[in-house]
Design a protein around this ligand. Structure first.
Ligand code: DGY
Length: 328
């Protein structure tokens, strides 16, 4: 009987994914709660034809050099900034991700953070817990309404569109967006307007980031950008931490240049517990949980498994980020 291809799975993923891959491969699952260190990862992947990686794993030239049999990297995330896709492509290794299935969960988290930051939920619950809730106060913990206000979306992709659709339909928000490409379909459906980035900063009451991390978006939000925003503006990032200059954000929150921020992603991750952003009353920080619903994580595991199996068997990956390799 021919031996099954070896694959490395760098963390426990939902059972649905592991059950799907089991008949096709001999899977080595890293069961520690923390990611394997780089050296261990390279060692464990040595004889593998497939890899299921997480956004916490650095999948780079060094790893590829250590794994000469590798055919496919299936990243358990829609984002793939942890994978050197150019190096993978050069080596003919296909890279898969998990688009689509986490759109709604991530959009819901962005909306949760918009509300939490706008309504001072972090600050007020902390005040209550720590004994500063003395009475019902007509002037206490006043926040801002979303209804009828202007929502700015940075990156009108799947997730940005979902946030805009929900907040336009449910809260009557006026939608502005900035993107490299125009979305006439979204403009028509949501009466949305594409504006330049500066206009978006100046006119948005609520601003939600949904662009990917790349050399152009790294540090996109820095001192100058916060300075252009309204003092009542609420800023939310559920995309990737390095898009935000955190020192500048903390300064803007401290000086009340903007009203509040909600972050599901930080740089680094985890953000150290003594970081200033946790202590600022007008900042809500969540530990990168936007896709953390049972249904969504099961679906991510399923797509991840399907990408892996396709890569091992020479089929087109259902979700491939370097399809130029696929067509070779
Ligand atoms: C992703 O998929 O890129 C998210 O950040 C984690 O689900």
């Amino acid at each position: 009987m021919p031996t099954k291809p070896r694959v490395l799975v760098t963390r426990r993923i939902p059972a649905v994914g592991l059950e799907l891959i089991a008949p096709h491969c001999d899977a080595d699952v890293w069961t520690d709660p923390l990611p394997p260190p780089d050296a261990v990862l390279r060692d464990r992947v040595r004889d593998c034809e497939g890899l299921i990686s997480l956004l916490t794993d650095r999948v780079d030239e060094g790893l590829f050099a250590a794994a000469p049999k590798l055919k496919v990297v299936s990243n358990f995330a829609v984002g793939f900034n942890n994978v050197d896709t150019a190096a993978a492509t050069r080596r003919g290794i296909r890279v898969g991700n998990t688009p689509g299935v986490l759109t709604e969960a991530t959009a819901d988290m962005a909306i949760t953070l918009l509300f939490a930051a706008a309504r001072r939920l972090g600050e007020s619950t902390r005040d209550a817990l720590e004994g500063r809730w003395k009475t019902w106060d007509p002037l206490g913990w006043l926040g801002h309404d979303l209804s009828g206000r202007t929502l700015g979306i940075v990156g009108m992709g799947r997730i940005g569109y979902s946030v805009a659709r929900k907040l336009h339909a449910g809260w009557g928000m006026k939608v502005l967006y900035s993107d490299q490409v125009a979305r006439p379909d979204v403009e028509k459906e949501l009466q949305a307007t594409k504006v330049d980035f500066d206009t978006l900063l100046r006119e948005s009451d609520f601003l939600s980031v949904h662009t990917d991390l790349n050399p152009q978006t790294k540090g996109l939000f820095s001192r100058n950008q916060y300075a252009k925003m309204k003092p009542t503006a609420v800023f939310v990032n559920t995309a990737r931490g390095p898009i935000v200059d955190q020192v500048a954000l903390a300064a803007a929150l401290r000086a009340k240049t903007i009203f509040a921020a909600g972050l599901d992603v930080t740089d680094p991750e985890p953000l150290p517990p003594d970081h200033e952003l946790y202590r600022l009353p007008n900042c809500v920080v969540a530990p990168h949980i936007a896709s953390a619903t049972v249904h969504t994580r099961n679906e991510m595991a399923r797509i991840c498994a399907e990408n892996l199996i396709a890569g091992l068997t020479g089929q087109p990956l259902p979700a491939c980020v370097n399809p130029e390799v696929q067509s070779r």
